[in-house]
Ligand binder design. Structure first.
Ligand code: ZN
Length: 360
């Protein structure tokens, strides 16, 4: 093994590591938050968006879409609101007036939660709900409506039979059968997904759904890539898609994930990630560890206290990513049969017109 040379002076090492006064300092980027955690940290448990202070009405306003939603939800502002009035009086104000804030922030830094993986899952869920509503002819957004549920059951049976896509089937471990790969393949229109999903929808609605599918697919691919992106072109595409949805389907709900994708993703990429897609901030790796966390928690961690339990799980997870252990791990030579089958020519033309530098 090569001899490890420890630098004697303060210096910046690689990948967010620095040597300061003989101690290694690790820069931690806090970006892996789901909506619940973001709400706990920034105190905005009742907010429509954890990046901007837009209300539910503003999120559905075409004027706001055209002018853009600034990332303006700041922790300092939230603290200031509490400082101005008595806490009990403040919480009695209407939600819009207190910007969706439900408790004092427990974080001292602003919350920029990228969540590129969940963007795929949540936006695909919204897209499928749009199809179910159109199939049921029910143009009021109510996912629990009986007609919409009947359409959902019928369409997911068709997709399973004709395309082998297991979509929106509840899982015994929570969540649904929809994975990122399924969402990506459906957005890429593999196995004639759109044809089968819209087999009993009005002909006039199909081109609208196709355009939304193409645009959302391209935006999601950009967000989940590590490519250098032309952010102004991406902004144009996002705003065009957002406005198109509001005009064509004014009755459809704009979910927080869809709003975040179409109004903030290009800004997060441009202002917080050096113009590159958010692959480096993806929660995909930590999500892939969920099954190990369950196994460690049940079988390989102390149950003497919550702290002991969590500490043992974290130690085991750190062991899994230890470079010395990893280099001895068996690696499969099997490679994913990708690229050639993962393409969709129309989407690729649009995608490549926005990418400045491909990292592949
Ligand atoms: Zn927002």
């Amino acid at each position: 093994m090569d001899k490890i040379v420890i630098p004697q002076t303060d210096q910046i090492l690689v990948n967010g590591l620095s040597l300061i006064g003989g101690h290694v300092q690790v820069d931690i980027v806090r970006s892996l938050f789901d909506t619940k955690m973001a709400g706990l940290l920034d105190g905005a448990g009742g907010a429509s968006c954890h990046l901007c202070t837009a209300s539910d009405e503003e999120i559905k306003s075409i004027d706001w879409v055209r002018s853009g939603f600034p990332i303006n939800r700041l922790i300092s502002d939230a603290w200031q609101l509490f400082d101005d009035v008595n806490e009990d009086d403040f919480l009695k104000l209407p939600s819009k007036q207190r910007l969706g804030i439900t408790h004092k922030s427990t974080s001292d830094i602003n919350i920029i939660a990228a969540s590129p993986l969940h963007a795929y899952l949540c936006v695909f869920r919204w897209y499928m709900l749009l199809i179910y509503h159109l199939d049921a002819g029910h143009k009021v957004w109510s996912p629990s409506n009986d007609k919409v549920n009947a359409s959902m059951r019928r369409i997911r049976a068709i997709l399973l039979e004709k395309c082998s896509f297991s979509v929106d089937i509840p899982s015994s471990q929570g969540g649904t059968s929809t994975t990122r790969n399924i969402a990506r393949d459906c957005f890429l229109d593999k196995r004639d997904f759109l044809k089968w999903a819209t087999s009993s929808i009005n002909l006039s609605d199909k081109p609208l759904l196709e355009k939304i599918q193409t645009n959302l697919s391209v935006v999601l691919r950009l967000v989940n890539s590590g490519n250098l992106i032309n952010c102004s072109k991406m902004e144009e595409l996002c705003k065009e898609t957002y406005e198109y949805i509001l005009v064509q389907f004014p009755w459809a709900n704009i979910t927080p994930s869809l709003h975040k994708l179409l109004s903030h993703s290009f800004k997060i990429i441009g202002e917080y990630n050096n113009g590159r897609g958010l692959q480096n901030l993806s929660e995909e790796c930590s999500e892939a560890c969920n099954k190990f966390v369950r196994r460690y928690r049940e079988n390989l961690a102390r149950k003497t206290s919550f702290c002991d339990n969590v500490r043992d799980i974290l130690v085991r997870l750190l062991c899994c990513s230890d470079p010395l252990l990893v280099q001895n791990r068996f690696t499969s030579t099997k490679t994913r049969n990708s690229s050639a089958n993962d393409t969709n020519s129309l989407q690729d033309i649009l995608y490549n017109s926005i990418v400045l530098e491909n990292d592949n």
